[in-house]
Write a protein that binds this ligand. Structure first.
Ligand SMILES: Nc1ncnc2c1ncn2[C@@H]1O[C@H](COP(=O)(O)OP(=O)(O)OP(=O)(O)O)[C@@H](O)[C@H]1O
Length: 285
């Protein structure tokens, strides 16, 4: 077997393992939810809107990527979706129920988040950190065998099981990010919201993460700076500019040379990726 076929056999085995594990998470009763924003606006005060009348529907199990330049309102919009930013106008719905009619605890049972600001040094081990993911659905303080299996499975999916006993605070940026994603997976969410999850990750881990996320049996809403990752993995792409939604459609429709010039102010040549058949970009100024 030559090096190339060895590498692809390894990738295949690993993918098979990931798929099997994602199936176990599926058996752990994920119920992908729909989300809807109806004319949602939000701002830190009455005179300032950072999210401006955004309307969209996300179907159960859909993968929606949110892209846009720095300061375009991606994080502010995500915060509306996980019940931190209460809209000044409009409403957000989770499976048809208004998010603000649900308790924070009910939301946490269904929506998991991985945010840009990592939690501070809580003196917790990696295992403890991932275990926190079980809290919203726990009925008791005692950890059961299936709880431990879920924690281990989530750590193994994110390739951090060898770090289980390390202090979270001693990890590298990329390791921390993977632990926080494992924590979100242990939560067995119906909706998973991630804000720039590929920050700190090397290219191999970026691709593995997106590949794994795209297979999870939950609704995914992810902000990404990397347009190629959004193009390769997302079902639809929402392009934000100055707090407004510029486009929300399949990558091949949302990403055009004109839309990228208008929103990101860079020139692009777009062609079709020979393997993924998705739009591929070459940027220039
Ligand atoms: N609570 C707040 N008070 C005042 N301004 C805010 C507040 N939250 C966000 N902003 C500003 O609103 C704009 C949008 O911020 P947001 O974090 O939503 O953008 P983003 O698209 O996620 O940016 P980035 O790509 O840099 O992460 C930014 O200019 C930011 O400084």
């Amino acid at each position: 077997m030559n090096a190339k076929s060895l590498a692809s056999a390894f990738t295949f085995q690993k993918l098979e393992l990931l798929q099997k594990q994602a199936k176990t998470l599926e058996e752990a009763k994920c119920r992908p939810a729909s989300m809807e924003l109806r004319s949602v606006s939000w701002g830190p005060n009455a005179n300032k809107s950072l999210v401006k009348s955004v309307s969209l529907q996300v179907k159960p199990a859909e993968f929606l990527a949110i892209v846009g330049p720095n300061g375009s309102g991606k994080t502010s919009l995500l915060r509306c979706l996980y019940r931190i930013n209460q809209p000044s106008q409009g409403q957000v719905f989770l499976d048809g129920e208004s998010l603000w009619d649900l308790s924070a605890h009910d939301c946490a049972k269904r929506i998991a988040t991985v945010l840009q600001d990592a939690p501070g040094d809580l003196g917790l081990s990696v295992f403890d950190m991932v275990e926190i993911g079980l809290t919203p659905k726990s009925h008791t303080w005692r950890r059961s065998k299936s709880d431990s299996a879920l924690i281990e499975e989530a750590m193994s999916l994110m390739n951090v099981e060898h770090l289980a006993h390390r202090l979270f605070s001693t990890l590298s940026g990329g390791e921390r990010q993977r632990v926080l994603i494992a924590r979100a997976l242990a939560q067995r969410p119906d909706v998973l919201i991630l804000d720039e999850p590929t920050n700190h990750l090397d290219i191999r881990h970026q691709l593995e993460l997106l590949d794994l996320l795209a297979k999870l049996p939950c609704t995914l809403i992810i902000s990404l700076h990397d347009l190629s990752l959004a193009s390769t993995y997302a079902d639809r792409v929402l392009i934000m500019q100055d707090g407004e939604m510029q486009a929300c459609s399949a990558p091949s429709q949302a990403f055009t040379e004109q839309s990228i010039k208008q929103v990101f102010d860079v020139d692009t040549v777009i062609d079709c990726h020979p393997i993924t058949q998705r739009p591929r970009f070459s940027f220039y100024l």
